[in-house]
Design a protein around this ligand. Structure first.
Ligand code: SF4
Ligand code: SF4
Length: 436
């Protein structure tokens, strides 16, 4: 546990109450005393069985009153359920209660990307932003219309299905994300969000919880009946990924796309904006590869002529004209736990436990599929092998710990240079203790 420097200000003269009576509660009591402050009493669901803890009274949550009490959640198990409970009783994090859930060090500011864009940054290094942020990605549907060769979905290594997240499940997931105080949810990972005919209902739900929804689309669909509705529902960014101004160049990466359809929709977006300004920031994100740099200026100038749209240059990942990394092609390995385990064990010697101190920068993302299952990271397909839990059923610390302990992640060559917190280290050690 680690309390913020602003802790005094948050408490604001109220009595400090710790929710929990276990090992975590003891740690938090130590942290609180290091601020020269004292805990008044504890809250526990089992208060009648255990009315005292370290010489202080234990009560049920009904005694809590946010005018008098400042609550510190001092338990990892059920922490998010407790925060949901507190939220529904009118407590707000961090003004009325405190829950230290920040796993990967100091800043997890998911506004980082948007802030950079709003500052007018022209070129964004898409990787470095992930250094600074936790991002929650949800595929509300399980398909994409295009066949981009740089993408696992596009190359159909992730097959299209008719799967779609129901609105009830989406709302429960948003509630949990909200309880962790993340403010942005990204409605894309391996899918085209506009294939979801009622996309605006999802953005409206997130908006009700005060969350912004980022959407990334290829916009290469004949009809997008709800395009206007989505523009005017909720807040956040709409990114449209392109890779060429002419059809000839665009189709090299965005296979199966039609640039004239995309331009038609872009003009419509601009017309909507001129008629009635919408809150969404619309970015045409040009993925730059070596072969398509000559069309960048042409596209940028055209976008500049369309009110409501902005142009963003971004370096593309991989190369559409070369073979995908052979690991990606090796479905045998991706689909087969035994093959991955064998590769892991063969390299285990080089992968000492000390390396668990660090993670790669994209390990900080939470990837959720249309069923609510959560996966290793946005670079890996949503195959059973990479599933690390159910977002609703599992504690978020467990999810992150499983990501870190995943054999494929230990093997993966992505540079692991992001320190993890002591809290997470302890969590992992306790999980290893259980295993061995
Ligand atoms: S549009 Fe996006 S999700 Fe679809 S194939 Fe291309 S990169 Fe993949
Ligand atoms: S599998 Fe690789 S890319 Fe994914 S989180 Fe682990 S190290 Fe990073």
């Amino acid at each position: 546990m680690k309390l913020t420097e602003n802790f005094h200000e948050y408490v604001n003269g109220r009595e400090i109450v710790v929710y929990g009576t276990g090992k975590d509660a003891l740690n938090i009591v130590d942290d609180i005393s290091s601020f020269g402050m004292e805990v008044s009493f504890f809250i526990s669901r089992d208060w009648h069985k255990k009315p005292e803890f370290i010489g202080k009274k234990v009560y049920g949550k009904d005694v809590l009153n946010k005018e008098k009490h400042y609550v510190v959640i001092g338990t990892t198990a059920f922490a998010w359920e407790i925060s949901l409970d507190l939220n529904s009783d009118g407590f707000r994090n961090p003004n009325d209660y405190y829950y230290y859930y920040k796993i990967f060090g100091d800043t997890l500011n998911s506004d980082f990307y948007a802030d950079n864009i709003l500052r007018g940054t022209e070129t964004i290094d898409c990787d470095s932003r992930l250094n600074e942020s936790i991002s929650v990605h949800i595929d509300i549907i399980d398909a994409c219309n295009l066949r981009c060769s740089t993408c696992l979905r596009g190359s159909r290594m992730i097959k299209n299905t008719a799967g779609k997240m129901n609105l009830g499940l989406f709302e429960r997931i948003i509630k949990k994300i909200h309880a962790y105080d993340y403010s942005i949810v990204k409605l894309f990972n391996w899918s085209e969000p506009f294939l979801c005919g009622d996309l605006e209902k999802y953005t409206e739900i997130a908006d009700r919880y005060g969350m912004t929804t980022d959407i990334s689309s290829n916009l290469s669909l004949k009809k997008i009946e709800n395009l206007e509705n989505v523009l005017y529902s909720g807040r956040g960014c709409l990114y449209i990924s392109v890779s060429g101004f002419t059809q000839e160049v665009q189709q090299i990466n965005h296979r199966g796309s039609d640039i004239s359809l995309i331009k038609r929709h872009l003009r419509l977006i601009s017309e909507c904006y001129m008629e009635k300004v919408f809150d969404r920031k619309v970015w045409v994100k040009y993925l730059r590869f070596q072969y398509n740099t000559h069309e960048v200026d042409q596209f940028a100038e055209w976008i500049d002529s369309l009110p409501g749209l902005k142009f963003l240059l971004c370096d593309g990942w991989g190369h559409p004209q070369s073979q995908m990394d052979e690991n990606y092609r090796e479905e045998r390995v991706f689909h087969d736990n035994a093959a991955v385990a064998a590769r892991y064990l063969s390299q285990f010697e080089g992968s000492t436990h000390l390396r668990l101190n660090k993670v790669c920068r994209i390990n900080t993302g939470i990837i959720i599929d249309y069923k609510g299952d959560t996966y290793l990271c946005c670079a890996m397909p949503n195959y059973p092998l990479f599933k690390v839990g159910s977002f609703l059923d599992d504690d978020i610390n467990d999810i992150f710990a499983r990501k870190m302990l995943h054999p494929y992640c230990r093997l993966c060559k992505f540079e692991k240079n992001k320190e993890i917190t002591v809290q997470m280290k302890n969590k992992i050690i306790s999980m290893l203790d259980v295993c061995y």
